[in-house]
Structures are given as structure tokens and as C-alpha cells.
Design a binder for this molecule. Structure first.
Ligand code: LLP
Length: 421
């Protein structure tokens, strides 16, 4: 469920007409709904209650500081994967004790910043990282709380580029080696082993792989406790999928996911952490674009938008589907037409949809990409020197630009011409 609906024939974000935002900021832009962000965050906290828990929003999915503050003010923690994301969480007012640090390549400099600024835990992904963290923490006279990310070798049945829990993926340590690696962690100075971490992939639309992985984590918890480790926290990762089409998809709900967590690891007396990104941010955002031209090609109609693959790369990168709807509600019964929906970037990969049936639209009309809140703005680039597009946050009948569109002067100023040229 989201808060982007037609009212009086015009698409709204909560109580704000999309066309009003477009008139104010120009297209293309991203727009996020506070009510949807809040609702989705609460679905998770409700689903985990009464277990002691902390929901840590995966910042990588949508990292605007205003969005982070919206969630942080509700009590959300944050899952960060770089010092930049850590700084965003801090800038949003989230305390260090609610920030977990994931990722396979944390540098010593990043570890230092997080240790000095406060951190809930590092999710360590390898033995070299364990040793580096021990050295950094010891040199600062601090103790780093850690979990170790285990790779359970389960098939998440998702897109190969976003599956992370199979043997051969770069993530975590093989679960079969956990005993040895935990023993090493316990022997190193400057580390406090607090729990276990697992994350098997993103956009999972089936609960079975989660169940498989979490049962293995439950067994591992009992085993590591028997080996003398005080396992008191389980970070179960993110990955719950969302419906990208209105019609035929019904991925499991957070309540089902919560029930699964209770069933698999709920009796261990551990605090539960989860790191959802997409389910909180995905359907909380639209990408709004304008139609530049309607071009009739060889048996095809091209809808050329002012948004392109640099603004939303998911279709080009993963073959991902996003529903694209007109901002003015189609008249009931109107005959849909077939469009190839493309951007202005100079490669054929800049195609959002091929042969998409859509109510007729004309030059100058506005269209909206649904489910664009997650992995949209954060993955944007300035390819073709197209400025990063603005982000707008709506709350009830108010909206505000939460990231400005840069000017060309600002973009050009970032390049410098050497004195010798
Ligand atoms: N925790 C860890 C350690 C992760 O690597 C990820 C996502 C998450 C949590 C959040 O997963 P989510 O709940 O959002 O599924 N760019 C791709 C998705 C990449 C996901 C990377 N890791 C896409 O656009 O589909």
C-alpha cells in the first residue's frame, strides 16, 4: 500500500498534486511520501513485537537525510555500508548506538570514524577485517561490538546481481567455518562478540530461503553458546521483496515475515535486528518525468521522456519492471496504446519499457514511475552531463525540496583544468 492515488482525476502524493510539484521544481524529480515511509517502518516494528528488536533501515536504498530523519525520529536504526552513509545517519540525528556497519570492504579509516562517533556493531565479513578492526579498536583504546556475517549457502531465488547468500558470493564467511572464526574473534583484543549476522539477498518474494537461513542461524546460536560465546543479538539482514506490479504479484507481508522470525529464532532470548531497505522505501517514492516527444518509429511508438537511465538505472541494469502511469487519470474505457518508453541518453539500454500498454499520452504530459523510492535516486549518475534530479518530500498537504537540482555552473565547477594545460 502507498499514498500515491488519483484524486479528482489527478495523481497526488498524499494531499499534494504531483502536477503542482512539477510546476514548482520542474521535471524529472523524485517524490517521497512520509505516510508511506512511516507505515512501512511500523509494519516491521509491529511484526516483531513483542520480541526485543531494532529495525535498522538500509540507507543504501534511499539515503536522503530528510528521509533518514523521518525514520530516525520514529526510532529506526540505520544499516550503513560506508563512512558516507554513517555520516548521513549522524546528520539525521540517529545516535551511534542505533547504527550497524555492514559491507565487505570497510577500511581502517572508516572503522576509526565509526568507533569514535559511536556504533551499535560492526557486521564483520572476513578474518582480515576482524584483525584490522581489532588493531584499530585497540589503538584507540576502544572496544568494537561485532557480529560475524555468515554465508549460509542458500538460494534466495532472486536476480543473480542481488543474491548474496550463496557459496561463491563475496559476502560473509562460510557458515561451516563459523566456529573457528568466532574462536579467533574471541581471542583478539578490542572486540566484543555480540551476535550473528546474515543477509541472503534482496527482492525475495518467497519466505522459504529466509526460513532455511534463519534455522541455520538458530542452530549456530546454540552451537556458539555451547562453545562459550555470549550470543545475544541476531541481525537477520534485509531483503523482503515488494510488489512492482499492481496486478499479479503478492510477495509475503511483513507480518508473515515477523511470524517466521518468531518461529525460527524467537525462543533464543536474543535481541533481533533486521535491515530492510526496499520494503520501507520502495513504494514510498515515485519518479516523475515529462514527455518530450512522441515519436512514431518502424511499427513502434516511442515515448521519449526527460528522465533517463542515469536517473533510474534499475530497468537497464536488472531488466527491472516499474509501472509507469499518467499523472492525469485516464478516462475509464480508453483504449491503451503500446509504447516503448525511453530516455534521451545515447544508448539503446536507455529503455524503461518495451511494448508497454498505456493510456495515450501526449507531448508535455507527465508520467510517474511507481515503486521508485528504493535504489532510484541513490543509484543515479550524471551520465551525459544530466544533472542529478531533485528529491521532494511530501507530508500531508506540504511538500519541500530535500535535494536541489544542481546548476550547470555547479557541475562544471567540479572539473578543474591543470595549470599546465
Ligand atoms: N542489508 C545488507 C547487508 C544488504 O546488502 C542489503 C541490500 C540490505 C540489507 C537491504 O536489502 P533490501 O531490504 O533493500 O532488499 N540495487 C539493487 C538492490 C541491491 C541490494 C543490495 N543490498 C536493486 O535495485 O534491486
Amino acid at each position: 500500500m502507498d499514498h500515491f492515488t488519483y484524486k479528482n482525476g489527478h495523481l497526488h502524493a498524499e494531499d499534494v498534486a504531483i502536477a503542482d510539484i512539477a510546476a514548482s521544481v520542474g521535471t524529472p524529480f523524485y517524490v517521497y511520501s512520509t505516510a508511506t515511509l512511516t507505515r512501512h517502518y511500523r509494519l516491521f516494528t509491529d511484526a516483531l513485537t513483542p520480541l526485543p528488536h531494532q529495525v535498522c533501515f538500509a540507507i543504501k536504498s534511499l539515503s536522503n537525510v530528510a528521509v533518514l530523519k523521518t525514520l530516525g525520529d520514529l526510532g529506526a536504526g540505520m544499516d550503513v555500508v560506508s563512512v558516507g552513509e554513517y555520516m548521513r545517519a549522524k546528520a539525521a540525528g540517529v545516535p551511534g548506538e542505533r547504527i550497524v556497519f555492514s559491507g565487505v570492504g570497510k577500511t581502517r579509516a572508516e572503522m576509526r570514524v565509526a568507533l569514535e562517533g559511536g556504533i551499535r556493531q560492526f557486521n564483520v565479513e572476513s578474518e582480515p577485517e576482524l584483525r584490522a578492526l581489532s588493531e584499530v579498536a585497540t589503538s584507540l583504546g576502544l572496544v568494537a561490538p561485532i557480529t560475524i556475517r555468515v554465508n549460509p549457502d542458500v538460494d534466495a531465488k532472486t536476480h543473480e546481481k542481488i543474491s548474496t547468500g550463496k557459496k561463491g558470493d563475496k559476502f560473509g564467511i562460510p557458515i561451516s567455518r563459523a566456529s573457528a572464526v568466532y574462536a579467533e574473534a574471541a581471542s583478539l583484543p578490542g572486540l566484543d562478540v555480540v551476535g550473528i549476522d546474515v543477509h541472503i539477498g534482496s527482492q525475495l518474494t518467497d519466505l522459504a530461503p529466509f526460513e532455511q537461513a534463519y534455522l541455520m542461524v538458530a542452530d549456530l546460536t546454540r552451537q556458539l553458546r555451547a562453545e562459550g560465546h555470549d550470543i545475544r543479538r541476531l541481525d537477520l539482514g534485509g531483503g523482503l521483496g515488494i510488489p512492482y506490479t499492481r496486478s499479479n504479484e503478492a510477495p509475503p507481508l511483513p507480518t508473515d515475515y515477523g511470524a517466521l522470525i518468531k518461529r525460527t529464532v524467537g525462543d533464543l532470548g536474543c535481541e533481533i535486528e533486521i535491515e530492510p531497505g526496499r520494503l520501507i522505501s520502495g513504494n514510498a517514492g515515485l519518479l516523475v518525468a515529462g514527455v518530450i516527444y512522441l515519436k512514431h518509429g518502424e511499427g513502434r511508438n516511442f515515448l521519449i521522456l526527460d528522465a533517463a537511465m542515469n536517473d533510474l538505472v534499475r530497468p537497464a541494469m536488472y531488466g527491472a519492471h516499474h509501472d509507469i502511469i499518467p499523472v492525469v487519470e485516464p478516462v475509464p474505457g480508453v483504449e491503451p496504446q503500446s509504447f516503448d518508453i525511453v530516455g534521451p541518453v545515447c544508448e539503446s539500454g536507455d529503455t524503461f519499457a518495451k511494448g508497454r500498454a498505456m493510456a495515450p499520452v501526449a507531448e508535455g504530459d507527465l508520467v510517474a514511475f511507481r515503486s521508485a523510492g528504493a535504489y532510484g535516486a541513490v543509484m543515479a549518475s550524471e551520465y551525459n552531463t544530466r544533472p542529478l534530479i531533485p528529491e521532494v518530500l511530501v507530508k500531508a498537504d506540504q511538500f519541500a525540496v530535500i535535494r536541489e537540482r544542481p546548476t550547470f555552473d555547479e557541475i562544471l565547477k567540479r572539473d578543474t583544468i591543470p595549470a599546465w594545460l
